[in-house]
Ligand binder design. Structure first.
Ligand SMILES: Nc1ncnc2c1ncn2[C@@H]1O[C@H](COP(=O)(O)OP(=O)(O)O)[C@@H](O)[C@H]1O
Ligand SMILES: [Mg+2]
Length: 260
């Protein structure tokens, strides 16, 4: 049975896509079969894995509207155990359709579509858009757990109450099994007091929801290699495997595998 993990936070630029791509790649390198689903119309995860719009005709939007099956839009990546379901700006259209139609159960479309491929993968990672709209609700409804990247900067925890409330609502109404897998501090710099303060705040409020390895909390450091690797269409471990960002995401994968 596969585990479905949604990477979500309605704030933009906090490291969702970077986490989705690099966690997926790290799990694949640890010999797990991984499917990364790009559920953001901006398609940054798709681009970050080396695909451009002209490389593929169909994407997650066509699956969501029932025109294609999930297995028909899966793309291979450079890593043998990592597959990708691409996105495209056309996915914004789905929001309108969600609101227009009167049929119930639209929150569960993705969950239903995943059934077809669930047994083929050990992990299904979903990258979600910077909003708490119907697309993210679909991700949360399909997921077993959620990882919340928290950018280590001023106002880091702002908006978190709203996100946690959405998680609570989805749990109550659609997906009672949904768990918070953990909060992941991102773009951490050890010289920066603000970073330290954010980590302290998270420790204080969500101590048992931080990832750790060998008794150290896992934080994703601010790393130029992490920022550069998408422009080469590669996860960081295929760009600079020994860089601190790459090591941090491998630690995250290890900690997730250890707790499985
Ligand atoms: N740990 C990091 N160190 C340096 N740059 C990062 C790091 N994580 C993300 N970035 C960069 O910050 C920007 C936003 O990250 P991204 O993962 O796209 O966030 P989101 O998906 O939440 O919008 C991107 O340009 C990305 O390359
Ligand atoms: Mg993103």
């Amino acid at each position: 049975m596969s585990e479905v993990i949604a990477i979500a936070n309605q704030k933009g630029g906090v490291g969702k896509t970077t986490t989705a791509v690099n966690l997926a790649a790290s799990l694949a390198v640890a010999e797990k079969r991984v499917l990364l689903i790009d559920l953001d119309p901006q398609a940054n995860a798709t681009i970050g894995l080396g695909y451009s719009r002209s490389d593929y005709e169909y994407n997650i939007y066509h699956v969501m509207i029932g025109r294609k099956r999930l297995s028909e839009v899966v793309l291979k990546t450079e890593l043998p155990l990592l597959d990708l379901v691409p996105s495209n700006i056309g996915l914004v259209g789905i929001e309108k359709e969600f609101y227009d139609e009167k049929t119930r159960g639209k929150e569960l479309i993705l969950k239903r579509k995943l059934k077809e491929l669930k047994d083929e993968y050990d992990y299904i990672i979903i990258d979600s858009p910077p909003a708490l709209g119907p697309i993210t609700v679909n991700a949360l409804s399909a997921a077993d757990s959620i990882i919340i990247p928290i950018q280590c900067e001023f106002y880091a925890l702002e908006g978190l109450a709203q996100l946690l409330n959405t998680v609570k609502l989805v749990k109550k109404s659609i997906n009672p099994k949904l768990k918070i897998k953990g909060f992941l501090p991102t773009m951490y710099s050890s010289q920066n007091n603000l970073s330290k303060q954010v980590l302290l705040d998270l420790q204080q409020h969500f101590k048992n929801k931080l990832f750790s390895i060998d008794d150290d909390y896992i934080v994703i450091p601010r790393s130029i290699k992490l920022a550069e690797s998408p422009s080469f269409g590669r996860p960081v471990l295929l760009y600079d495997v020994k860089s601190k960002g790459s090591v941090a995401y491998q630690h995250l994968a290890k900690s997730i595998l250890a707790s499985a």
